[in-house]
Design a protein. Structure first.
Length: 326
C-alpha cells in the first residue's frame, strides 16, 4: 500500500551483555508487516540488524518519520534502560551503555515533529514504558502529538523478558498481527494488538503500556475476514433496526424439505429465499453477531418458529453497514 513505511530494528550484538532473540524478532515483525493476509503489499520495510552507532540509529529513525506518508512505524528490539537520576528512558545501539545510548525523549520528539499522518512506535526493550510517560520531554504531562501511538513491552520500571530465544512481547505481537487481534472484517488495529497482548500476560508478568492520541484507529494489517464484507453489508436488510428481532419459521431451515426424506419435515417447507437468508444468519451467528432467541441453536429457532437478534457486537456492525462504512 502506498504511503506505509516501517523501520524494523533488532540488535543482538552488544559490546557487553549480548542478546539472542532480537534479530529473530525483527525478522519476524518485518515478515508479517510486509504483506497482508492475502499476500497483497502492506508496509514498505527497512530492516536493520545490529546497528552499531547511536547516531546511525537516530538517522534511521529520522528517515523513518520523514516525508508525509499515511503511516510511519518504528519497531525496536534490543537493550533499553532508564537513568536512575532523571528517570528518563533510552534504547541502546550495539555500542552498549553508555556510548550507544539514544534517549526515548529524542525519539518521541522526532515522531511528534513528523508530518506522517499516523505514527506508530513499538518497543521491545527494558523500561520502554518510559516513552511518553507523564513528565516526558521535561513537561508535566504526556506529550503525544495527534496521530501518535506507542506500544511498549513493559512498564518504565520493568524488564522486557525473553522466552525460548524470543521476546515475550514480540512473540505475542506477531501472533496478534497474524490475525489473533483481527476484528470481524480482518483489520488489526493498534488497540486490538494491545488488548490481545494484555490478555495474554497475567498480573505477575511484564505489563505492556499503550499510549495514544488518535481520533480513529488505523489498520496495521489486514487478514482474511471471518465473513465477506458483502455479508456484513446485508445486516440492515435483515434487521430493520439494531434492536429488531427477525422472525423465523421452518421455511428457513434447508433440511425441512421433502427432498430430505430421512428428516422430519413440517410446514411451511423450506424456500430458496429464506434458506439463503438463513445461511447468512448462521454465518453471522458463528462469529458472534447474531443469536437465536428462546432456542439453543438457530436450527431449533427456525423449526420452532422463534426468532433471532443481533448481539451487541452485531449492532455495532449493523450501524457500520447502515452508514456505508463497510
Amino acid at each position: 500500500m502506498q504511503g506505509r513505511k516501517a523501520l524494523v530494528v533488532g540488535i543482538d550484538e552488544y559490546a557487553s551483555s549480548p542478546l539472542y532473540g532480537c534479530v529473530a524478532d525483527a525478522n519476524a515483525v518485518a515478515g508479517v508487516l510486509a504483506k497482508n493476509g492475502d499476500g497483497s503489499p502492506n508496509f514498505s520495510i527497512h530492516l536493520e540488524r545490529n546497528v552499531e552507532s547511536p547516531f546511525e540509529l537516530k538517522r534511521m529513525i529520522e528517515d523513518c518519520f520523514s516525508g508525509d506518508p499515511e503511516i510511519a512505524l518504528l519497531y525496536f528490539a534490543g537493550h533499553g534502560g532508564r537513568c536512575d537520576v532523571t528517570k528518563n528512558g533510552f534504547i541502546l545501539s550495539g555500542q552498549g551503555y553508555p556510548e550507544g545510548q539514544l534517549s526515548l525523549d529524542e525519539i518521541l520528539t522526532i515522531a511528534n515533529n513528523s508530518k506522517a499522518k499516523n505514527r506508530v512506535i513499538l518497543l521491545d526493550s527494558c523500561n520502554s514504558g518510559c516513552m511518553g510517560a507523564p513528565g516526558a520531554l521535561g513537561g508535566t504531562s504526556s506529550l503525544l502529538d495527534e496521530g501518535l501511538t506507542i506500544l511498549s513491552a513493559c512498564c518504565s520500571n520493568e524488564c522486557a523478558e525473553e522466552y525460548n530465544g524470543r521476546g515475550t512481547f514480540t512473540s505475542l505481537l506477531v501472533d496478534a498481527l497474524n490475525g489473533g487481534a483481527a476484528d470481524v472484517m480482518g483489520h488489526v488495529t493498534p488497540g486490538g494488538v494491545y488488548a490481545f497482548i494484555d490478555k495474554a500476560l497475567g498480573p505477575w508478568d511484564q505489563r505492556p503500556v499503550f499510549r495514544t492520541n488518535v481520533n480513529s484507529f488505523i489498520s496495521l494489517r489486514k487478514v482474511v475476514s471471518q465473513v465477506p464484507d458483502s455479508v456484513l453489508r446485508q445486516l440492515p436488510s435483515l434487521f430493520d433496526t439494531p434492536g429488531a428481532q427477525l422472525s423465523l419459521d421452518p421455511s428457513f431451515e434447508p433440511t425441512n424439505s421433502p427432498d430430505w426424506e430421512e428428516h422430519r419435515i413440517v410446514e411451511p417447507y423450506a424456500t430458496k429465499d429464506n434458506t439463503e437468508k438463513f445461511k447468512i444468519l448462521q454465518q453471522l451467528e458463528g462469529i458472534g453477531l447474531v443469536r437465536p432467541v428462546g432456542a439453543e441453536h438457530m436450527y431449533f429457532a427456525a423449526m420452532e418458529s422463534r426468532s433471532c437478534e443481533l448481539t451487541a457486537l452485531g449492532k455495532q456492525y449493523w450501524r457500520l453497514a447502515d452508514t456505508g462504512k463497510i
